[in-house]
Design a protein around this ligand. Structure first.
Ligand code: SF4
Length: 912
């Protein structure tokens, strides 16, 4: 019997005398059905009573395999021998985090803060694990080692390590693996599979098992262990996978008995130990048995971690019996506790940061963790939503029809399937969950999307480690962004000197030594922006409304910085913006550039600059270290490789779209920085929604946490230090008529056309366009059309019809399809319009239009009731939508509905 509900009351535990002697129990009151059901009592016995230390009202509690009984008209539940208790089951704890938590909870916290630096054990461990996977997939040992060492060229180069000696070391480990595999293969019943992603809905766990053999976990460790038994923490890790595998094997009765009862740890360094020098058990493989009691212990550690995450508390090290004197993180632990004035079992060293910096750290730490919880809510949707709900939410492509598979040279698999033409958030290059239709209980693999279906060819192609019947693809949420934001916060606050932080914390204003030179001779604002940026001793801010040439200005800034022998990091939130900036740098004649990014992330014409991370270590590292300009997304700025690099100046584009910690990721790598952006366009993307994603515990200040992330550093600084900013006030994009509304509403009327030609442009300027053939209402540069439709779900059929008619009218008048863009608030409406339109016309949501422009833009508002679509979440979205048009702008919507809001009423009046 299972019970799951929201905890209402957690009293003290008590001791009672039973027929077995004295026992401890804890009577927890829960309300099933997410708090909506009748309150009931769950009695936790013996070791489960330690849950009282961290369980709080508001948390979710799930109890599997409990005994049910009727007591005074109430159904009650009590734990038995096989019962498993899970706190906050929707929080998917990673297996490796449980391992660190069991060593010391503070170690888990520190790992989150400072990320993993490039180190020899880490690089070696990664290579050996990869080779392990290759061997399991049948690869040749020598070839696998050579390939994997070569792929780690950059990491090895940054370490100053030699590829030849790494190859030898890895071969020793790999030989141990191979020897052991050959022993295993003697048994007919052996069946293997390499790295397997496992997600547990029941236990709130996720992880990638190194290997699974006959249904039991095998974990690989590149260290040595000459004892007979595996190390305790290693057993914990393998035990977690046993829980996960048990859930996979379970046929629905929810019992823990399906978990494998043995696990294997493979200590590959044992094979390299000289048995003359060391005694003990030198066999690499150590099997151990997994009891239900051990699995319950693991689950209690997991529960404690999940509860601490729910409350946002910082672990001290006292929670476990940690031995600080043996801890390899002792120095970091003491330094972090000293600087942040935290309690730690290891004690503190150093002076605490000023109080405002600690408060800032605390505030953003919590906000980032709230983002992490939002990611966990996304995981939960994998099982909470039906396949069709996920498809409707653009989170999955379902009903795919497998069309083939083949094994690639490296042992991985290429899977193909025919799509249905549906749209989703999934993009080429994304890492997604490929499954046979059931991503949790069925066969599922992490996959990279190589090709998504197009209008001419609806075949979808992905690559995976192991084959699976490709019937469904799901967006796979990633915590990487939260991890990187935390390390950025840590690096900026704990590693940067006080002088660097002074203006950020308003201890002093930024200073400038502007050169007395002309850098741009036909645009005073752009010239001033370059002077300010070049002369900035702390930072400069370039405010670039739509079409004002901010990317050109950015390139001029970089060119002048290079002339002054400065090393520059160019960064932005999206790959698209980074590549646009590179294109502008090329136009300035700058080619000494290294683009850091994945092959699928970098634009085709910028691949020549992309850093190949595989090859000779010295060449790979030298290419990065010697580049005057390194370009990467802000997320990549927090990567292991870029954390080794230092720059004189970081120039960040689209800075208005970045959260503060997101901006810190780039600027913490440099002495000074220049932020280029527009806080009147799209704000930073924040996942956490103030109500939906928060537990009852976190919701009190959830709105504030979200607000903290929604204000960019760019916006905060430009408001605090207006004199550090330069507004690019001349725009080269829109006609006078089109720009008028945006200028008045968003830029205090300061935006103006750069030239008379820009101001007076019209469709008549385009070759082959017969403006006379357009109906009168479309001859004005701006028009409003109310088709009188009705919103149905996330579309409006009449509006979609009107939009397609409008587009046809422009096409008939001779406008090139590539010159027309349609902006709609919902993906469903986008899909509806796309179905009806000729190829070549771009139809998309406003977020995907930022940064681009078209001669003709049609905006479809869809709504006919309350203004609650995504486009209405923030006025700045409307600013973006309206400022994509150069010569003609048509607004299609329900005038009455739009007029409910003063600003949209003014917009309708302006357009009519
Ligand atoms: S030094 Fe002590 S408290 Fe700190 S992480 Fe290590 S074991 Fe934990």
């Amino acid at each position: 019997m299972h019970i799951r509900g929201v905890v209402v009351d957690v009293p003290e535990s008590k001791t009672v005398t039973t027929s077995y002697g004295e026992s401890e129990l804890l009577e927890v009151t829960v309300r099933p059905d997410r708090g909506a059901g009748e309150a009931t009592t769950v009695t936790l016995w013996e070791d489960w009573t330690e849950t009282a230390e961290y369980l709080e009202p508001g948390m979710e509690l799930a109890v599997y395999d409990a005994t049910e009984r009727e007591y005074q008209g109430e159904t009650q539940y009590t734990t038995g021998k096989e019962t498993m208790v899970v706190v906050e089951p929707d929080f998917l704890v990673d297996v490796t985090d449980i391992r660190s938590w069991v060593q010391c909870p503070r170690l888990y916290y520190l790992n989150k803060l400072d990320g993993a630096d490039v180190s020899e054990p880490l690089v070696k461990g990664t290579i050996v694990h990869e080779v392990f996977g290759d061997l399991l997939r049948g690869a040749d040992l020598e070839a696998a080692v050579d390939r994997r060492v070569e792929e780690s060229g950059l990491d090895l180069g940054l370490l100053g390590a030699d590829a030849g000696s790494m190859r030898e070391t890895v071969k020793q480990h790999a030989s141990a693996i191979e020897g052991w595999l050959q022993q295993g293969r003697l048994t007919d019943a052996d069946n293997w599979r390499s790295e397997q992603l496992l997600v547990s809905e029941r236990y709130g766990l996720k992880g990638r098992a190194d290997a699974v053999r006959r249904g039991a976990p095998v974990e690989l460790k590149t260290g040595k262990n000459t004892r007979r038994d595996p190390r305790f923490h290693d057993k914990v890790q393998a035990g977690c996978y046993a829980l996960l595998l048990g859930e996979q094997a379970d046929e629905g009765d929810g019992s823990v008995t399906h978990s494998p009862d043995t696990g294997t740890l493979l200590y590959t360094k044992n094979a390299a130990v000289d048995d003359d020098e060391e005694s003990g058990d030198l066999s690499p493989a150590k099997e151990f048995s997994i009891s239900t009691g051990f699995l319950q212990f693991i689950l209690r550690a997991r529960n404690h971690l999940a509860a601490v995450e729910a409350t946002g508390d910082v672990p001290t090290g006292y929670e476990a019996d940690a031995k600080c004197e043996y801890c390899f993180e002792q120095d970091t632990c003491m330094a972090v506790s000293g600087r942040l004035d935290q309690e730690s079992k290891a004690g503190q060293v150093g002076t605490p940061l000023p109080e405002d910096e600690r408060a800032y750290f605390e505030r953003f730490y919590r906000a980032i963790e709230e983002e992490r919880r939002a990611v966990h809510r996304e995981y939960a949707k994998l099982w909470e939503q039906s396949p069709n709900e996920r498809a409707d939410d653009d989170r999955a492509l379902v009903d795919l029809e497998p069309t083939g598979r083949r094994q690639l040279d490296d042992g991985r698999w290429e899977l193909r399937a025919r799509g249905t033409g549906a749209v989703s958030k999934i993009r080429t290059g994304d890492v997604v969950l490929a499954s046979d239709g059931d991503p949790i209980g069925g066969g599922a693999e992490l996959a990279r999307v190589e090709r998504l279906g197009s209008a001419d060819n609806d075949e979808i192609v992905v690559t995976t480690d192991e084959p699976v019947d490709l019937r469904r693809l799901d967006v796979y949420p990633s915590e990487l962004s939260a991890d990187r934001l935390l390390t950025s916060l840590h690096d900026a606050l704990l590693l940067q000197p006080p002088e660097w932080k002074a203006p950020l914390f308003e201890r002093r204003g930024p200073t400038f030594d502007r050169p007395d030179e002309t850098f741009v001779d036909n645009n005073e604002a752009q010239n001033e922006a370059v002077r300010t940026a070049v002369g900035a001793e702390d930072f400069a801010l370039v405010h670039g409304p739509p079409g004002t040439g901010k990317t050109y200005t950015l390139a001029r800034i970089v060119a002048e910085l290079l002339d002054r022998d400065q090393r520059v990091l160019v960064s932005a939130f999206t790959n698209r913006a980074v590549d646009n900036a590179l294109e502008a740098l090329e136009d300035e004649g700058i080619t000494d550039i290294v683009r850091y990014g994945t092959e699928s992330g970098v634009r085709e014409d910028m691949q020549a600059y992309r850093l190949d991370q595989s090859g000779e270590p010295d060449d790979c590292a030298g290419e990065l270290q010697d580049a005057s300009v390194v370009a990467a997304t802000t997320a990549s700025c927090g990567s292991r490789a870029l954390k080794t690099q230092a720059f004189d100046v970081a120039v960040v584009d689209e800075a208005g779209q970045l959260t503060e910690p997101g901006t810190l990721a780039a600027i913490a790598r440099a002495d000074r920085f220049v932020l280029v952006g527009d806080h009147q366009q799209l704000p930073p993307v924040v996942q956490a929604e103030s109500s939906e994603t928060q537990s009852a515990l976190g919701s009190a200040n959830g709105g504030q946490l979200r607000a903290d992330l929604q204000e960019s550093l760019f916006e905060r600084l430009i408001e605090t230090y207006p004199r550090a900013g330069v507004l690019l006030d001349r725009q080269y994009r829109m006609s006078q008529r089109i720009q008028a509304f945006a200028s008045a509403e968003f830029y205090d009327g300061q935006l103006r056309p750069a030239t008379a030609e820009v101001a007076g442009q019209s469709l008549a300027d385009l070759d082959g366009v017969a403006v006379d053939s357009l109906p009168a209402r479309l001859r004005d540069a701006v028009s409003f059309i109310d088709p009188g439709g009705t919103q149905v779900g996330n579309t409006n059929p009449e509006e979609a019809e009107t939009v397609t008619d409008l587009v046809s009218t422009y096409l008939d008048a001779g406008v090139d399809p590539a010159d027309i863009g349609v902006i709609a608030p919902f993906r469903a409406h986008v899909a509806e319009i796309r179905k009806k339109l000729t190829d070549g016309v771009t139809v998309d949501t406003v977020d995907r239009f930022q940064g681009s422009s078209k001669q003709v833009i049609v905006v479809s508002f869809v709504t006919t009731g309350a203004l609650d679509g995504p486009i209405f979440e923030d006025y700045r979205r409307i600013n973006v939508a309206l400022t994509r048009a150069k010569k003609a702008l048509v607004l299609v919507g329900d005038a009455d509905s739009l007029s409910q809001d003063d600003r949209y009423r003014r917009m309708v009046e302006w357009a009519e």
